[in-house]
Design a protein around this ligand. Structure first.
Ligand code: ADP
Ligand code: ZN
Ligand code: ZN
Length: 798
């Protein structure tokens, strides 16, 4: 059941449903006064005495004709629930993007007695049951009116699940024959602008959403002849569960590559091919420097699997990286590939999922949850940028898609390939100890050099110029040169907004979020202060709310300010910004990148979004405005994250014929993360970081878990963490280090106070036992289900 409770629940199969219920099928059952859709996991051979003592409730409706989760996936779900201590029902639900397909409605029908009763309402029900909402609307009934009729035994109310009708989502295009001097309103201009930058038709709902206009406006524009509306080719009605599957495509649908693999790529593909032939589980860590052509290797290896009748799965980090990668896969594999993307909403997502389940799509490219794609026994599972934090789900179930991928590959006797230019310490260590096989693409394609990196010491810069400046002289000079040569520049500052904090100069008060213990960020375009954790917003104060002083300071630049400063400093440059404020969705993100790639802008300013795998050949300069933001975070992975981000963004420079340059500005030029990133020296970084992890007992040398206690009441959070602390102290946990309880780095978040324990254990089995014990304790103490949060292999310790 999709509820935050452990374990499974037992129901009786009524005779009329016998034969329809099978493991992996969804069923509608009564649950705590409601009707919920659950998934059948097994038929217990015996019913326990406890269960036999109570009367079992019956399954009411079977929602699928064929299982939506096969044995392999049910088993995987079970593993995830166990390893991450997550409720199995919630795990299984998050494996299925099918919620949009069906809906549960409350229906009203006449009782046998009610049939003899004459009234407008009963007359309306005589032929068939009617949805409660419809009935109430039609007869203006209050909930109480129905309750009365029910009490009188005239009607009864039942829940019923049914397939949701597919709403058509037509495509909208610019009509070529609109007169050029037609006057457009601001909103209409936005619609037209979006269609121009998309370079083709867009689904009506996406267009309306992106342009922030009502759907009616788009219809009106079409009536005026400004837009053309065409049916959505992909929107065939869903044929229902177990509907006809398209026949598998001929393997020759795979188009050959545009490139001949270079010897280095060929050697890797050959090794992978050899491993595939063994048809046994193997894990490979593929270390490939930025621009070494990893994508070609992935596609070539997957093509090999598909040619031999198998299926392949490729995971990519968050939405940012997907479009470019998806395009390459689509042009190579055609309709054989399905894209499972968290940015796809509702039906679009379930439709792609059904194409995989039906066997029509045999290659899947997708983000984290695509690791659960219903492929039939995948032969290869690739995780690109395996270190990326977006593989970790930061809500229940808190799984890491990379690690689930490895387990799935092991269960399926498949080949797992983890790719990266900056492998995580954990994976690199696994390769060093022989758990994974290590393969390398040590050079960029076509003998292109890695970029030259210059580290600018901002302390020195200050001493020499006697003033603080955001851009060093070296960076300014380099940018000017690229502008003169008509080359492109990326400037990274990994913090959004205009100013990081607003402080009062008189009393020192910093403007804080009302719900979180974090300072608010000033956003100039929206003219408000925003919380980046809970979206709380407040107007920009004119005077200090504490002391009424007018001297308010705006400190710490964000990407919005960098954009403004760049525009001021380089007045002839065309500047565009890429961060989650300017790229609110997939469409905007892609159009900004497309425009930059097409040369409509000279300088791209932004957050870590600019560092992801883009391959833009005219970018010859990357400037890191400040390398220091991530270094200061209270997290043992701070150095690793900084190294990864710097390497990633540096990797955007010089991917074409002209070699690239990188400038890193920092107040800590001697920090090893910065030094080794500048030297492109991953091995040295790894050795140094590994020593730190060993001394400090962090992964990969220990198994780590974070236990969080949270409550809106501070006393409760304190009380519970005290109780848990005593419980842990009373246990005999050899080889375990318990840090805490301590206020979490974010001591208050979304109105909840948070205390945490960090558990480091030499042995994973012990860690697991300890966490189970905490869970049992929480249950015995009857803490609310959301009070205790267990995060196994945590990424963020905030
Ligand atoms: P990575 O992911 O390792 O950073 P990409 O896969 O993005 O690298 O490849 C970098 C660039 O090299 C791309 O433009 C790609 O088309 C090109 N490329 C890949 N393989 C070859 C090859 N064998 N010959 C020439 N160019 C190649
Ligand atoms: Zn003040
Ligand atoms: Zn907040």
């Amino acid at each position: 059941m999709p509820v935050p409770l452990e374990g499974t629940f037992t129901y009786e199969v009524p005779p009329k449903l016998a034969g329809l219920v099978a493991p992996g099928v969804r069923v509608l059952v009564p649950f705590g006064g409601r009707k919920l859709a659950g998934i059948v996991t097994e038929f217990p051979a015996t019913v326990s005495a406890e269960q036999a003592a109570v009367e079992l409730k019956q399954i009411e409706q079977v929602l699928d004709e064929a299982p939506v989760l096969n044995d392999e996936l049910l088993r995987l779900g079970h593993w995830v629930a166990d390893y991450y201590l997550a409720p199995e029902g919630e795990v299984l639900r998050s494996m299925l993007p099918l919620a949009a397909e069906s809906e549960v409605r409350r229906m009203v029908r006449l009782t046998p007695a009610g049939v003899h009763f004459a009234s407008p309402v009963t007359d309306a029900l005589r032929r068939r049951p009617v949805a409660e909402a419809d009935l109430r609307r039609r007869f203006q009934l209050a909930a109480d009116d129905l309750r009365k009729l029910e009490a009188e035994g005239i009607i009864e109310r039942v829940s019923e699940a049914r397939a949701r009708r597919e709403r058509l989502n037509p495509l909208v295009a610019l009509s070529g024959d609109a007169s050029p001097d037609v006057r457009l309103t601001r909103r209409e201009q936005r619609v037209v602008q979006l269609l121009i930058s998309a370079g083709g038709p867009l689904p009506a709902s996406e267009l309306a959403g992106q342009a922030v206009v009502p759907a009616a406006l788009i219809r009106k524009m079409a009536e005026r002849g400004l837009l053309r509306i065409q049916a959505d080719a992909g929107a065939q009605a869903w044929t229902g569960p177990g509907g006809p599957a398209a026949p598998p495509l001929h393997p020759l649908a795979i188009r050959p590559s545009d490139h001949t693999l270079n010897p280095q790529q060929q050697a890797v593909v050959d090794t992978l091919r050899g491993l595939l032939q063994q048809k046994a589980f193997a894990a490979v860590l593929l270390y490939g420097v930025t621009g070494s052509g990893k994508t070609e290797v992935y596609m070539e290896t997957i093509a090999e699997v598909v040619r031999n009748g198998g299926t392949g799965l490729m995971l990519v980090p968050e939405i940012a990286l997907t479009p470019a990668m998806a395009e390459q896969f689509q042009s190579r594999f055609g309709p054989t590939v399905a894209i499972l993307h968290s940015a796809f909403a509702g039906r679009r997502r379930s439709r792609e999922w059904r194409r995989v389940q039906g066997g029509e799509a045999r290659v899947v490219v997708g983000t984290r949850s695509a690791v659960f794609a219903p492929l039939d026994r995948p032969g290869i599972i690739i995780v690109d940028e395996e270190q990326d934090h977006s593989y970790k789900q930061e809500e229940t179930p808190r799984y890491n898609g990379r690690d689930v991928a490895l387990v799935r590959a092991r269960n399926a006797n498949a080949l797992a390939v983890l790719g990266s230019a900056t492998p995580s310490l954990e994976s690199r260590y696994n390769a060093a100890t022989g758990k994974y096989r290590w393969l390398e693409l040590g050079e960029r394609v076509e003998q292109r050099p890695l970029p030259q990196v210059e580290v600018v010491d901002m302390r020195q810069e200050f001493l020499e110029r006697k003033k603080t400046a955001v851009f060093s002289r070296a960076l300014v000079a380099q940018v000017e040169r690229r502008l003169a040569d008509r080359q492109q520049v990326i400037l990274l500052l990994n913090r959004r907004g205009y100013s990081a904090v607003v402080t009062c100069r008189s009393c020192g008060t910093t403007m804080q979020c009302a719900n979180c213990s974090i300072s608010l960020t000033y956003h100039r375009r929206e003219n408000s202060l925003l919380c980046h954790y809970c979206d709380y917003r407040a107007p920009v104060p004119q005077v200090c709310p504490q002391c009424s002083s007018e001297h308010l300071y705006f400190l710490g630049e964000g990407s919005e300010k960098i954009e403004a400063l760049v525009a001021g400093q380089f007045s002839n440059a065309r500047v565009v910004r890429l961060d989650s404020d300017t790229a609110k969705g997939k469409q905007q993100y892609e159009s900004i990148l497309r425009d930059f790639r097409d040369g409509k802008y000279d300088i791209l300013v932004g957050t870590q979004m600019t560092a992801k795998g883009h391959d833009i050949h005219r970018v010859t300069l990357v400037g890191v405005v400040s390398a220091d933001i991530a270094l200061g975070l209270p997290d043992f992975r701070a150095a690793e994250r900084s190294f990864q981000l710097l390497t990633q963004v540096a990797g955007r420079a010089g991917r074409g014929d002209i070699p690239g340059t990188v400038i890193i500005q920092t107040y800590f030029p001697d920090h090893y993360a910065i030094r080794y990133a500048a030297a492109h020296d991953y091995p040295a970084f790894y050795e140094k970081e590994l020593r730190f992890r060993r001394v400090m007992h962090y992964p990969p040398f220990t198994a780590l878990a974070n236990i969080l206690l949270r409550s809106q009441k501070l006393e409760l959070a304190v009380k519970w963490s005290g109780a848990l602390s005593r419980r842990l102290a009373g246990g005999n946990w050899a080889g375990v280090r318990i840090l805490g309880p301590a206020a979490a780095p974010l001591a208050r978040l979304k109105q909840e106070f948070r205390y945490q324990f960090l558990i480091k254990s030499e042995r994973r089995a012990t860690l697991h036992k300890l966490l189970r014990d905490c869970q049992a304790f929480a249950r015995a103490e009857q803490w609310p289900a959301t009070a205790l949060v267990i995060d196994v292999d945590p990424f963020r310790l905030m």
